[in-house]
Design a protein around this ligand. Sequence first.
Ligand code: CTP
Ligand code: CA
Length: 225
Amino acid sequence: ALALLSDGPLKGKKALVTAGPTLEAIDPVRFISNRSSGKQGYAIAAALAELGAEVTLVSGPTNLAVPQGVKRIAVESAEEMLAASEAALPLDVAVMVAAVADWRPAQAADEKIKKDKAGIPAISLVETPDILATLAKGKKRPKLVVGFAAETENLEAHARAKIAKKGCDWIIANDVSGDVMGGAENEVLLITKDSAETWPRMAKEAVARKLAEKIAAELGAKPRQ
Ligand code: CTP
Ligand code: CA
């Protein structure tokens, strides 16, 4: 099977997928995080590997097994996720599926914060690095940069604004107002700079395969220079 896999349309292509949540420490026993099962990102990593790509999966904590043929790098914070993602450069394609925490506590306390000390602690937050924008605007930009946008309203308009703001090529927009988070299926819009496609609701694995095929077609059209 391996010989067959390495003959796929993404043979010789290097791919990065970020997946899962990030954890941002408050103290040694507490953190803030996002809701994310990691399912969609892991399915995309698996689908890219099935088409022959060399896949690095930079993942926050999940309960999922490493897909076959994929190299997983386990991280916790957004800063660790950025460092591991930059270490994977140069890349043909980067697909940023992680639910990165937008803010982290300005300082993680070295010792556990005790309840009886000074009343209820105020946690001041600072912004985390934007991994997608950093890669998309960086010197060694991957040839194709794909982001995700989880929205609860105005899907296409918000997603289009994210393409512009982050400098990525495509955005997969999903409406998370229903039962998509943690669920088995996804309903998405694929948005490029000049087009939008609505995909029917389907299993996350099917979304992943369809996206991997699109990526293969796009990279086939743009050989590495
Ligand atoms: N992303 C990232 N690093 C961050 C925040 C987001 O790489 N610090 C990536 C996500 O993996 C996703 C895309 O950016 O591919 C969009 O994430 P989203 O949370 O929808 O967008 P934000 O720019 O954070 O805007 P907001 O949460 O305010 O909608
Ligand atoms: Ca966000």
